[in-house]
Design a protein around this ligand. Sequence first.
Ligand SMILES: *[C@@H]1O[C@H](CO)[C@@H](O)[C@H](O)[C@H]1NC(C)=O
Ligand SMILES: *[C@@H]1O[C@H](CO)[C@@H](O)[C@H](O)[C@H]1NC(C)=O
Ligand SMILES: *[C@@H]1O[C@H](CO)[C@@H](O)[C@H](O)[C@H]1NC(C)=O
Ligand SMILES: *[C@@H]1O[C@H](CO)[C@@H](O)[C@H](O)[C@H]1NC(C)=O
Ligand SMILES: *[C@@H]1O[C@H](CO)[C@@H](O)[C@H](O)[C@H]1NC(C)=O
Ligand SMILES: *[C@@H]1O[C@H](CO)[C@@H](O)[C@H](O)[C@H]1NC(C)=O
Length: 243
Amino acid sequence: MVALRVSCVFLSVLMLLNAQGNGSLTAQIQKMIPKANKDGPYLGLVIPNLFELYPLLQSPNNTSNNRTIDIAGITTQLLLSFFNVERVVHYGVVGTVNPSINRGDVTIAEYWGHTALWSWQRYGQGPEDVLPLKSNGDYTREFGYLNFADYTVNVTDGSSYDNLLNNIWFQPEEVFPIDGTPEEREHAFWVSVDPLYFEISKQLEGLVLEGCINSTTCLSETPKVTIVQIGTSTSIFLSNFAY
Ligand SMILES: *[C@@H]1O[C@H](CO)[C@@H](O)[C@H](O)[C@H]1NC(C)=O
Ligand SMILES: *[C@@H]1O[C@H](CO)[C@@H](O)[C@H](O)[C@H]1NC(C)=O
Ligand SMILES: *[C@@H]1O[C@H](CO)[C@@H](O)[C@H](O)[C@H]1NC(C)=O
Ligand SMILES: *[C@@H]1O[C@H](CO)[C@@H](O)[C@H](O)[C@H]1NC(C)=O
Ligand SMILES: *[C@@H]1O[C@H](CO)[C@@H](O)[C@H](O)[C@H]1NC(C)=O
Ligand SMILES: *[C@@H]1O[C@H](CO)[C@@H](O)[C@H](O)[C@H]1NC(C)=O
């Protein structure tokens, strides 16, 4: 049986970006990869942060020979790693709760938030209770308090509005800016769109869009290109006005 070794080479995304400034793999890293592969196969470990890496390094079973190849955030990162990419454009189909935006409109958001990272409070806890891991600098009660019981429908008099799903709080993402310290996270909830690209896309405002695909099938309102202040993206499929 082939012994599977777990080894360590820290290919921090940030170190790569810092070293090259253009998101490509450095020559040094490119040399390390085949060297590491010669001694394989390996178990690949994907570890999101140092907090979760330390217990592994401290384990008595850690026989690490300093070669962990760490690959995460895969899609955009592969794009950045293997191609000479200057900026990333993100677009897609969206929904809205803004009544002045109609089906078929194109919106350009100035800020983006990612709203699928939640701290979900256990039953019995409320806005006055500090969230777990707060002391590590995680989990703030700054954004998006959502109490599920507030959306209870058809309650009869005297019924409690409480339920075991309790509360969630939206959480900012951990970000590792290109000009930050490698592996030292910062937090961001609203991320501004690249200012240069935002200026360029603003020129699309006023562009006349087709309202019909043929002589009989048309949108009810003439579509427009419009700037909106914020957009959100999430990892859940969301088509629920109550949310
Ligand atoms: C980008 O990365 C490539 C490949 O490593 C390198 O040859 C090039 O000099 C880099 N360009 C800049 C502007 O840093
Ligand atoms: C360490 O490795 C041994 C042998 O493979 C295994 O039996 C033991 O459970 C491991 N200990 C831990 C803490 O993972
Ligand atoms: C575990 O491995 C890392 C990386 O090689 C090393 O720096 C560390 O000292 C090791 N820890 C122990 C307890 O052997
Ligand atoms: C582990 O790898 C890093 C990055 O290549 C290197 O700077 C460091 O000296 C290595 N440590 C050991 C103990 O080989
Ligand atoms: C509330 O109850 C009524 C009567 O049973 C029903 O017609 C209505 O659809 C319910 N509303 C919701 C939001 O479930
Ligand atoms: C117009 O497009 C719709 C949707 O594709 C189609 O169902 C309809 O038959 C088309 N009408 C004409 C006149 O081509």
